[in-house]
Design a protein around this ligand. Structure first.
Ligand SMILES: [Zn+2]
Length: 329
């Protein structure tokens, strides 16, 4: 290799994520082996939620069969702001090795060759990642994997006031009934606000500068969230430890609420009611939102800097609904 070419290659790889590299392999399908390596000269901080293990639930792989991109079918978590402080430090030269069952995360509906690659925004993986340029990629592998589709069995819910409950205590049920009621009201107010003030301050705060196309998407999303609260049979599942709450986006109106969920007030800007809105926004049949960022500060910044991502970020719907409600009081 010529010295010039080597220099160019060095520059291109190091500019991807400044010395953080990801490599993947698969010896026992569908178990993916993942290595995060710090080959930079300074320590790198990796968020705990991004560490490859059994608790890994993120849509950060590209999984193709032929030209078809396979759908993410894993859990979608709502972490607390505090989770941004949970990270591990990788010293220069250190690496993390972990295993992930890829069939839990992506729909593997046929026996076929799957083309897999890690592909994530650095800010989702690395603390202070937003200061790094864009995207972290890995090598690409092609593996034959047998069809593996996870089937979920659930028991019949206990029903009270038209809401379904699974494994919830008396206290939790009472709390959820109120949270659901306030979630319904907040989502109605949020939708009404959008209709009345298309270019309102709160719209701009949470979804960025007014653009007709973006506005339409937000209005449609809030309308569907509102209708879900009003009309659909919602089931709450209690008992999980981590994170605050989560859903599978294709298991509509089924919301898992964890221990920390009940530590929030029932109503308010960031509350059980608005976390329920966050979760309701995730379903494919509602606003089909993602989790680009969590928390008030980061969501507000997203609206300002990347409105396109803000209009599809669950927490932006959470805070928009919360602040619309607050502005009424
Ligand atoms: Zn979420």
């Amino acid at each position: 290799m010529s010295r010039l070419l080597a220099a160019v290659l060095f520059l291109t790889t190091s500019s991807v994520a400044q010395g953080f590299s990801v490599s993947i392999s698969m010896d026992e399908p569908p178990i993916l082996e993942v290595i995060y390596l710090n080959d930079a000269l300074k320590p790198i901080e990796v968020y705990e939620w991004a560490i490859p293990n059994d608790n890994f639930w993120m849509d950060i792989f590209n999984v193709y069969s032929g030209d078809i991109k396979n759908k993410y079918v894993g859990r979608v978590y709502r972490w607390s702001d505090a989770a941004y402080n949970d990270f591990i430090i990788l010293k220069p030269g250190e690496f993390i090795y972990g295993r992930i069952d890829i069939s839990k995360l992506y729909y593997l509906g046929s026996n076929s060759d799957y083309i897999i690659r890690f592909n994530a925004e650095s800010s989702k993986i690395l603390r202070r990642g937003e200061t790094l340029p864009g995207v972290i990629g890995s090598n690409q592998i092609t593996k034959y994997i047998k069809r593996k589709v996870h089937v979920f069995v659930k028991s019949a819910p206990e029903v009270e006031d038209g809401i379904g409950f699974h494994d919830c205590s008396r206290k939790e049920k009472d709390s959820l009934k109120l949270a659901h009621k306030f979630g319904t009201e907040y989502s109605q107010e949020a939708h009404a606000y959008l209709v009345a003030y298309p270019e309102g301050e709160l719209y701009i705060n949470w979804f960025g500068e007014y653009k007709k196309k973006n506005y339409k998407i937000v209005k449609k999303g809030t309308d569907k969230i509102k209708k879900a609260f009003e009309e659909e049979f919602t089931e709450y599942f209690c008992g999980c430890k981590d994170p605050i709450a989560w859903v599978y986006t294709d298991r509509h109106y089924e919301i898992h609420v964890c221990e920390e969920f009940f530590e929030y007030d029932i109503e308010g800007v960031l509350s059980q009611a608005t976390i329920a809105i966050h979760e309701m926004s995730h379903f494919e049949v509602t606003a089909d939102t993602d989790d680009h960022v969590y928390g008030e500060k980061k969501s507000k910044k997203l609206a300002k800097k990347k409105p396109k991502e803000a209009i599809e970020n669950a927490d932006n719907y959470l805070f928009f609904s919360g602040y619309v409600q607050e502005s009424k009081e």
